[in-house]
Design a protein around this ligand. Structure first.
Ligand code: IMP
Ligand code: MG
Length: 170
C-alpha cells in the first residue's frame, strides 16, 4: 500500500489561514461557537481557531457513520452538546469532509433544533460528486474528486490521522 500526497502542510496551512480570515470577516466582533466534530476535524479545528482573531468558543460533538471505506448511512451520536451552549448563538460546525452528506444533514438538524442565532458549516474537504442528500457546506477548504483520503485528522480504520499532510491510499 502506498500513499500519494494530495495537499502538503504548506498548502493546508495557507488555505486554513484564508478560511479563518474569511470567517472573521463575517462575524467580526460577534462571538462564535465553533463545534468540532470528533475525531476527524480535530487537527483542522485547532489550526482554524489558532488563526481566528475574533471571540470564539469551542465545543465538541462526536458522530460516526463509517466502517472502513464505505459509509453506512446510519448516523450515531456518540457525544452530545447541551442546548444552553447553542441557543441564540452564532454557530459554526467544523467538519473534516462532506461525502454523501448524511452526517451533515443529521448535524444541521440536531443543532438547528437548539435554536442557534445563525448556523454555518465549514468543512476542510468536500467530495461533491458523492452527494446523496441535498446539502452543502458554507465554507470549504478544498473540493476533491471521489477519492478516499487520509491524514491531518482523517482516518482509515482509525489509522493515519497523524500524517501532517492529506493523502490518498493507492
Ligand atoms: P457522509 O455522511 O457520507 O457525508 O460522511 C461523512 C463522514 O465520513 C466524514 O465526516 C468522515 O468522517 C467520513 N469520511 C468520508 N469520506 C472520507 C475519506 O475519504 N476519508 C476518511 N473519512 C471519510
Ligand atoms: Mg467526520
Amino acid at each position: 500500500m502506498s500513499i500519494r500526497k494530495l495537499y502538503n502542510q504548506r498548502e493546508i496551512n495557507s488555505r486554513v489561514k484564508e478560511l479563518s480570515k474569511e470567517l472573521y470577516s463575517v462575524y467580526k466582533k460577534e462571538e462564535v461557537v465553533f463545534i468540532c466534530t470528533l475525531k476527524g476535524a480535530v487537527f483542522f479545528a485547532c489550526d482554524l481557531l489558532k488563526n481566528y482573531k475574533g471571540e470564539a468558543r469551542l465545543e465538541f460533538l462526536r458522530v460516526s457513520s463509517y466502517k472502513g471505506k464505505t459509509s453506512t448511512g446510519k448516523i450515531e451520536l456518540n457525544l452530545s452538546i447541551s442546548k444552553e451552549n447553542i441557543e441564540g448563538k452564532n454557530v459554526v460546525i467544523i467538519e473534516d469532509i462532506v461525502d454523501t452528506g448524511n452526517t451533515l444533514k443529521f448535524l444541521k438538524g440536531y443543532i438547528n433544533d437548539m435554536n442557534p442565532k445563525t448556523l454555518k458549516i465549514c468543512t476542510l474537504l468536500d467530495k461533491k460528486s458523492r452527494r446523496e442528500v441535498e446539502i452543502d457546506a458554507d465554507y470549504c477548504g478544498f473540493e476533491i474528486d471521489d477519492l478516499f483520503v487520509i491524514g491531518y485528522g482523517l482516518d482509515y480504520n482509525q489509522k493515519y490521522r497523524n500524517l501532517p499532510y492529506i493523502g490518498v491510499i493507492e
